[in-house]
Each structure stands twice: as C-alpha cells, then as structure tokens.
Design a protein. Structure first.
Length: 236
C-alpha cells in the first residue's frame, strides 16, 4: 500500500483531524453469505491443507488493529479466514478483487481493492473507515505476491496508515502456502499450511516517507523472522 499524495523527499506526517482521507464510508459487506461460506469452506480447508494456527491468543480482544501477513499465494486470504475466529476484512490488489472467482469471496467479505502501482486515495479512505469504525483490517505490506516464497520489501503505506490512526500491528506468517500454491500453479497441492500470529506491535511513529520505507522493511524482516521461527525484536 503506497502513501497517497506524498513527495518522495517530503518530511510527511499526518494529523488524522485533517481531511487527507476524506469522509469515511464502510465498504458494503454481505454478512449472511460471508458467514455461510465461512462455515462450509472452513472444514474443507482444514482437511485438504491440514490447516492450523499458532498464536491466536496474541490477537487483541476488541478494537482496531492492522494484521500484516507475508504474501506468497493467491489463497493467503483464505488460509487466514480458515483459522481466524471471525472473518476480517482485507486490502487486496485490484486484479484479485475484480477476479470473477477469487474476488467473489473478497467482495462478499467487504474487502478493499487497491491499485498498488500508484497512489490510491479511495482505497486509503476505505481502509481508514474500517479502522475508524473499530474493526481490524488485514493488509499485505508487500503489496504483491512473492515469487520466491521469501518476504519482500514492504510498502510505506502500511506504516503511514497505522501511524496516522495509531493502531497496533499484528504480524503474521503463513507457512507452507508457497509449497502448496505458488503464483504459477494451477491447482493447490495438499501441503500443510500453518498460520502463525506474533505479538502485537505498538503503533509505529509518524515519520517521513523515507523513514516509513525503512520501518516497512523492518516490519517485513520481523515477519520473516516469524516465518522462520527466529528470535524477533520490535521493528521500531
């Protein structure tokens, strides 16, 4: 997620009382259809992928937060929904949001479609509206699927958003998704997939765009350590 309307070398910070995001409006959500699919698909996901979770107790109880998983598969959102106690909203790239099959569940979920190749103020407004309403939101900091299975550089928008609204970040790592369904595969393979949730991180500080980029990269290093089960320290 890229920061909107920022100069490359600007010392940009955001006061959320300003009108940078515009008037919030929650994306529509088909709750009944969403929960029906959730109930029907979850057992199948768990059986086929031996899907399980670690660290669910780390999730904040109530209130908004940003969840920031690694991104290696077109099914990452489904793996997350398959283990979470309640379905959360997502920020996803427009090609997947608009896809006639994969995008159907995302649109029912009330997800936010975003253009990652340019500033997308409309998507940022929608993300803000979700967090401002007290809901958690899942955002893939890389903004694209990894072709190697390893975490990539993060985009500064995730830091911009969390700092602007002062919400905590919950890092997450999806293990086994790359082995099961990499981007070029046509059919998912029945490999074990484990979703690991880390300890919530305090809201990042407001910073310039250059500093936001460094913090985004530090966040992805933190997610990579979670993926590898290595020791972790706060990225800020």
């Amino acid at each position: 997620m890229r920061e909107p309307n920022a100069e490359p070398d600007a010392d940009h910070t955001l006061d959320t009382r300003h009108s940078t995001f515009g008037s919030p409006s929650l994306p529509p959500r088909r709750v009944l259809l969403q929960r029906s699919c959730f109930v029907l698909a979850r057992p199948l996901m768990r059986a086929y992928f031996r899907l399980r979770a670690e660290g669910l107790e780390q999730l904040p109880r109530g209130g908004p937060y940003l969840m920031t998983p690694n991104h290696v598969s077109m099914l990452d959102w489904a793996f997350l929904l398959g283990v979470l106690p309640e379905p959360l909203r997502f920020v996803v790239e427009r090609p997947y949001y608009d896809h006639p099959v994969f995008g159907l569940g995302l649109r029912w979920n009330g997800a936010v479609g975003i253009h990652t190749d340019r500033a997308d103020l409309r998507a940022m407004r929608a993300a803000r509206s979700i967090l401002s309403a007290g809901e958690p939101l899942i955002l893939f900091p890389e903004g694209r699927i990894s072709l190697t299975g390893r975490p990539q550089s993060g985009l500064p928008g995730v830091i911009f958003l969390a700092a602007a609204l002062q919400v905590p970040i919950v890092p997450a790592a999806i293990r086994g998704a790359f082995e099961s369904f990499p981007r070029w595969a046509r059919v998912p393979r029945p490999r074990r997939v484990t979703v690991v949730f880390g300890k919530p991180l305090a809201p990042p500080p407001k910073a310039s765009r250059e500093q936001q980029q460094r913090l985004a990269d530090a966040l992805m290093e933190h997610v990579g350590a979670l993926l590898d089960d290595r020791p972790r320290v706060s990225p800020w």
